[in-house]
Design a protein around this ligand. Structure first.
Ligand SMILES: [Zn+2]
Ligand SMILES: [Zn+2]
Length: 385
């Protein structure tokens, strides 16, 4: 991953979101000083703004439609603004204002099939507006607030990742009527990104619990893979040529080859005592009393799923075929001895950008990665993984 350049301007405050421009070397930013800026690489190799507009409130989310050159900005105020980026990249013309929410916009997604802009507000509302006319099609309240959204335009299902780790499925009829139809439960804490991949019919989600989940929605099997390889928190997902790219908060990038055979890890068994040494877990007062012994913390072998004490689950290994890459996980002795060197062959690749990131954008057609750094700068890299 080679560095391409840095975008930095202390006056713009915290960068909230960025989008990579496709036909030139540049990015768009929205930041806490309410600005939206277009940055282009000049002949001296540095990025300078070609556009600087000030919005009525700070932008939180930014989406660009590369074909139409339309730029959508979801704001703190709840408004979604639409701009058109001129071909010479020197003008960002205001085209429409959507009064989507009365609270900050958490995320937005474009439904090109219906020509809708769909946004999720911090109060749990989903707002759908017609891009061409600006007319609001729908307002819907979810039972849990969506932090991030993506849509399967073919089936009209909106996937909403929530702060408690569940994913709500909202069906949107052709005239915009919404209803919650399902809830996927897998992650144990906040969903940080959600991605629908229309060619494979896979839904991917990642979470502050550090895991990535692949859901087989098309095949109706539900959860089918759990991928764990980040030491940092995966905060963004993208998909290209049968590879899933997950990108973490410390700039760790993992490319998961999705053509490889993997299987889900086992279900964890429930037990009141270690399934190997039979020692009681700390809630098993009866056995603790009878044996006059201290209770133990419960762990699980990631290969056989047995409930074990720390000592009986003290071996560690990677198991790429079960989705455990790079970071060794606890296993029992028997399972540890059964994992061969060939079984440890990685099915994913890893690269480190060494940036403390608030967010990261990837554009596969530009092979470009933009990290929004905690120190208020943006770093650009060539995607080489
Ligand atoms: Zn034990
Ligand atoms: Zn085991």
């Amino acid at each position: 991953m080679s560095a391409v350049g840095e975008v930095a301007d202390p006056s713009m405050g915290m960068v909230k979101a960025t989008a990579i421009i496709r036909d030139d070397d540049g990015i768009i930013t929205v930041s806490s000083d309410n600005s939206v800026r277009v940055w282009l690489k000049r002949s001296n190799g540095q990025y300078w703004p070609s556009v600087c507009h000030f919005l009525t409130s700070a932008g939180r989310k930014l989406k660009i439609d590369h074909e139409s050159r339309l730029v959508f900005i979801g704001q703190e105020s709840g408004t979604v603004q639409m701009f058109e980026l001129s071909e010479d990249l020197n003008v960002l013309a205001s085209k429409r204002v959507f009064n989507a929410h009365n609270v900050p916009v958490n995320d937005l997604v474009l439904c090109k099939k219906k020509n809708w802009i769909i946004s999720g507000g911090a109060d749990g509302t989903i707002s759908i507006s017609e891009i061409g006319s600006g007319v609001k099609v729908s307002d819907f309240s979810c039972t849990i607030v969506p932090k991030n959204i993506d849509i399967d335009a073919d089936s009209g299902v909106l996937f909403c990742g929530t702060s408690e780790g569940s994913i709500i499925l909202v069906r949107i009829s052709s005239d915009g009527v919404c209803s919650e139809v399902n809830k996927l439960q897998g992650h144990t804490s906040e969903i940080t990104s959600i991605l629908w991949e229309p060619n494979t019919n896979f839904l991917f989600s990642c979470s502050t619990d550090k895991t990535i989940m692949c859901w087989d929605i098309g095949g109706k099997k539900g959860l089918f893979l759990r991928l764990q390889g980040h030491q940092d928190i995966p905060i963004n997902l993208s998909f290209k040529d049968m590879s899933l790219y997950s990108i973490g908060s410390n700039g760790g990038i993992v490319r998961w080859d999705m053509t490889k055979q993997r299987s889900p890890p086992p279900e964890w068994t429930e037990s009141d005592s270690c399934e190997i040494c039979k020692g009681p877990f700390f809630w098993n007062f009866k056995q603790m009393w009878e044996e006059k012994t201290m209770g133990k913390r419960q762990h699980h072998c990631r290969k056989c799923g047995k409930a074990l004490c720390a000592k009986c689950a003290s071996n560690q290994t990677v198991m790429p075929k079960l989705g455990f890459e790079f970071v060794p996980v606890r296993v029992c002795k028997e399972c540890h001895d059964s994992v061969s060197d060939a079984d440890k062959t990685p099915l994913a690749k890893h690269a480190a950008l060494n940036r403390q990131c608030l967010n990261i954008e990837v554009d596969h057609s530009m092979r470009r990665v933009a990290t929004i750094n905690r120190n208020k700068s943006i770093s650009l890299f060539n995607l080489e993984l």
